[in-house]
Design a protein around this ligand. Structure first.
Ligand SMILES: Cc1cc2nc3c(=O)[nH]c(=O)nc-3n(C[C@H](O)[C@H](O)[C@H](O)COP(=O)(O)OP(=O)(O)OC[C@H]3O[C@@H](n4cnc5c(N)ncnc54)[C@H](O)[C@@H]3O)c2cc1C
Length: 409
C-alpha cells in the first residue's frame, strides 16, 4: 500500500448525511471514552486505543485487513476535529502511530504489514524510533551502529541514545550501517527490531522532573530475521528522511482538526485564578500566544490537507515543528510571568510537580526533539525558500574514511 495512491483512492466526497452520522458516532464515542488530562496515563492510552479499535475508530484510513477502519481521509478529518476538543488520550503512541505506522504501511512488505499493523493500530504493541547516536544527532547520517548479514539473520551491534519510550516499547524501527564502504548517506538500512530480543540493553535516562521517558539502547550481537529489513538494503537514508518528515508532521501538526489555542486556554485560566490577568503586559503576551497558536493550527491544517490530497509530507512539516517550539518558549516566558518561581519549582513531596511545572520543563526539549530549531531553519531555508545549500565536504568520501563519532583516531 502506498499513502499517495491507495489511501488517496479510498478518499472521496462524503455525503452530508454520512458525514453527520460519522461525526455523531465520534462525538458519542469520545463523550463516553475520554479522561481529563491529569488522569491520562500509558495504561489508559492502551485502553483508549483498544476501545477505539473495537468501535472502528482506530487507524481510520488503514485497510481493514491490516487492522484499520478502512475509511476515507474525509472520515479521518472528522475524527481529528472531534478529538481536538479533548485532551490527548493516546499521547504515548505519537511515535508508534505518527511515524512507525505510516512508514510500515508505506514501505513495509505485505507480510510485515500483516504481522505488525493490527497490533500496532489497536495499541497492543508500542513502537519506538532509533535514529540518534552519541555521535549522530542532527547529522544522523554519521551513525555507526551496524548490521552484518549472517545466513538468514542480520546481526546488529552499536548504540542509540534518546530513544523515547524504548523501555515500554515492543518493537522499534532502527537505522544502521550496512555498508561502510559507501558514502555516508548510502550504506544505511532500516530494520524492524524486537525490543525484547537477546542482546538489546535499555538504560533509562533520568530527567530533572523525576521521570524517565527516554533511554540509551545498546545492541550486543542482536539477531533479527533477514526479512525484517524495511525497503531495500542500503536505501535506509531515503526511508529515514521520509520518517523524519512524518515525525515533524506528528509533532508540529498534532490534532490539526480545527483552530485551537490549548496552551493559551490553560494560561488564561491560571491568570484569571491568581489575578495576573489584570496586568496589561500579561494580557499582551497572552494575545501573542493566541495568535501564534491560531497560526500554527492553520499551518497544520494546510499540511494535513496536503496529505488528504494524497501528498507525502514534505519539508513544509518543518514550519509546524518550528512554530511548536516557538510556542513552547513563549508559554514558558508567560508562565514565569504569571506563576513566578512556582512555574518551575515545586515542593519535593509532590512527585514530578504539577502539570504546569512539567509543561514548563518540557518546553526546553521542544527545540531539540525531532530535529533542532536550527536544523528546521536550515530545511526551511534550503528546501522551502530555495536558499543556497549548506556546504558539505564529506558527501563523496566512503563512510569508513570519515572522522565521525569514534572513528577519529
Ligand atoms: C525529548 C527528546 C526525545 C527524543 N527522542 C528521540 C527518539 O525517540 N529517537 C531518536 O532517534 N532520537 C530522539 N531524540 C534525539 C534528537 O533527535 C536529537 O537530540 C536531535 O536531533 C539533536 O541531536 P544532538 O542532541 O546530537 O545535538 P547536535 O546535533 O550535537 O546539535 C548540537 C547543537 O548544534 C546545532 N547544530 C548541529 N548541526 C547544525 C547545523 N548543520 N546548522 C546549524 N546548527 C547545527 C544544533 O541545532 C544544536 O543546537 C530525542 C531528543 C529529545 C530531547
Amino acid at each position: 500500500m502506498s499513502n499517495t495512491t491507495e489511501r488517496a483512492a479510498v478518499d472521496g466526497a462524503l455525503a452530508p448525511d454520512d458525514a453527520e452520522a460519522f461525526r455523531a458516532k465520534c462525538q458519542a464515542f469520545l463523550q463516553d471514552n475520554h479522561r481529563p488530562a491529569a488522569d491520562v496515563n500509558f495504561e489508559w492510552n492502551k485502553e483508549f486505543l483498544a476501545r477505539s479499535s473495537g468501535a472502528g475508530l482506530a487507524g481510520i484510513t488503514y485497510p481493514r485487513e491490516f487492522g484499520g477502519a478502512g475509511l476515507t481521509l474525509a472520515h479521518d478529518k472528522i475524527w481529528r476535529e472531534e478529538k481536538s476538543g479533548y485532551a490527548a488520550q493516546d499521547g504515548e503512541f505519537i511515535i508508534s502511530h505518527g511515524m512507525c505506522l505510516p512508514m510500515l504501511a508505506e514501505y513495509g512488505t505485505d507480510a510485515q504489514r500483516q504481522q505488525f499493523l493490527p497490533d500496532m493500530i489497536a495499541g497492543r504493541t508500542l513502537w519506538c524510533q532509533m535514529f540518534s547516536e552519541p555521535g549522530a544527532g542532527s547529522d544522523v547520517a554519521s551513525l555507526q551502529s551496524k548490521a552484518d548479514l549472517d545466513g538468514d539473520e542480520w546481526v546488529i551491534n552499536g548504540q542509540k541514545v534518546w530513544t523515547t519510550l524504548a523501555h515500554k516499547s515492543d518493537y522499534g524501527l532502527v537505522v544502521v550501517r550496512t555498508d561502510p564502504d559507501q558514502v555516508k548517506h548510502r550504506g544505511i538500512s532500516m530494520f524492524i527490531l524486537d525490543m525484547k530480543a537477546p542482546g538489546v540493553e535499555i538504560r533509562p535516562i533520568h530527567q530533572i522532573d523525576g521521570g524517565s521517558h527516554f533511554n540509551e539502547v545498546f545492541f550486543n550481537d542482536v539477531r533479527i530475521p533477514k526479512d525484517w529489513l524495511v525497503g531495500e538494503t542500503n536505501t535506509g537514508w531515503r526511508l529515514a528522511t521520509s520518517m523524519l518528515m512524518y515525525e515533524r508532521v506528528a509533532i508540529g501538526s498534532g490534532g490539526a482538526g480545527k483552530v485551537t489555542q490549548p496552551t493559551f486556554d490553560s494560561l488564561v485560566e491560571l491568570a484569571r485564578a491568581n489575578g495576573a490577568i489584570e496586568n496589561a503586559v500579561v494580557r499582551d503576551q497572552l494575545m501573542q500566544l493566541y495568535c501564534m497558536e491560531s497560526t500554527k493550527s492553520m499551518v497544520a491544517m494546510r499540511t494535513r490537507a496536503d496529505m488528504k490530497a494524497g501528498k507525502t509530507p514534505g519539508p513544509g512539516g518543518s514550519l509546524g515543528k518550528l512554530m511548536g517550539s516557538n510556542i513552547a518558549w513563549c508559554y514558558r516566558a508567560i508562565a514565569l510571568e504569571i506563576a513566578g518561581v512556582g512555574s518551575i519549582a515545586w515542593d519535593s513531596t509532590v512527585s514530578g510537580g504539577s502539570l504546569l511545572n512539567r509543561q514548563v520543563l518540557n518546553s526546553f526539549q521542544s527545540g531539540i526533539a525531532g530535529g533542532t530549531d536550527e536544523i528546521q531553519r536550515n530545511i526551511i531555508g534550503e528546501r522551502v525558500l530555495g536558499l543556497p545549500r549548506e556546504p558539505a565536504v564529506d558527501t563523496m568520501v566512503p563512510f569508513r574514511e570519515l572522522k565521525v563519532g569514534t572513528q577519529r583516531s
